[in-house]
Design a protein around this ligand. Sequence first.
Ligand code: ADP
Ligand code: ASP
Ligand code: MG
Length: 400
Amino acid sequence: MKFGGTSVGKPQRMQEVAKLITRDEESKIVVLSALSGTTNALVEISESLAGGDRFVAKEQIDELHAHYRNFINELLTETSAIEKAEAVLNEHFEFLSIILKISFSQSLNKDILAQGELLSTKLFSIYLDEIKVDHVLLPALDFMTIDSYDEPQVGTIKVKLVQLLNKHRDTNIFITQGYISRNARGEVDNLKRGGSDYSASLIAAAINASVCEIWTDIDGMHNNDPRVVEKTKAIEQLSFEEAAELAYFGAKILHPASIWPAQFFNVPVRLLNTLEPDARGTLITEKAGSVGVKAVAAKDGITAIKIKSSRMLLAYGFLRKVFEVFEKYRTSIDMITTSEVAVSVTIDDDVHLPEICKELEAFGTVEIDTNHTIVSIVGNEIAETKDVMKRSLMPLNLYL
Ligand code: ADP
Ligand code: ASP
Ligand code: MG
């Protein structure tokens, strides 16, 4: 069971989470995000430090500390529990104060970003102790590892996690941090923003869970982004492929990479609403359930790269050479169109764009177009479904 930022963002919500995880006797691993707003606040603190603005960083740290002091006073009742929570806050905010004196680095940045999940899980654990719920807090940094390409190491995660679980055979409820991991150098790292979903799916895959439940603030995957479009509705069933496409192409409810571990190990995923725990939500399995358009998603910040070359005419191996450039810079291509004299691709990560362009220029003229959006219409057997293109493009007057 994974609970996102809003599901633990208020003391009352955290108390509801405790009720949800104790509704049945089943063994479970509970993955928590940071309280809503915390990771954003930590990003701002890090940016202030990176910019050399220690005074502003100090103010931001104090503001966050005050927020947490109020939080624990509302969450907990017993003096001993409040004292324990104060000690946790002191430990983590002292760390943040110390970093004010250290010179900024990328690894320090990752340490700062990890504080949110460390805090939420420790405070939740103190609350569970207060209400006498037997549980064990599992440090994600002891089992969640990524390799030198930032890819999670499923095999290692499984071995380490199972070893830890075996130490507590009598325990039914385990609590752990989403998002944070250890990298190939053994440093604290993370699975990128929104990464707690990915943690949950990796954990579910590692222990071959019966289900991976993603609890959030909405009743499942909607057929469009509810922040942008009115009157969207929840989708009852999606295939892994459909959910993965929607997540990758912009449906913020899921981290872009969060579906593959569950899909690979065939663990069903359920998207559920903490505010409405009995709503059906969305079930994601191998089966699509129906044919046709299920949902639309959009992804901004896309860069299109067009390579024009008469050398492509009747040549073979041209595309391979183009793709090798992207492979070299570990930049994934989202979309592609080609004709006999041009190939256009899109990427969402332009960190290596200058180097990529330089190498592509050896093949022809290169044109770059930034700030595009990919709109994805996702569903099962769309290509065979009558009229989908017409109905999709008509509102845009693009259907000729
Ligand atoms: P959490 O903090 O629980 O991880 P997120 O904010 O990451 O929650 O994801 C849930 C939010 O995703 C919803 O509140 C909603 O605004 C947004 N969202 C964007 N696209 C969709 C979609 N297609 N279906 C459902 N929610 C979506
Ligand atoms: N707390 C992290 C973030 O805000 C991870 C997550 O919430 O999934 O990005
Ligand atoms: Mg999220």
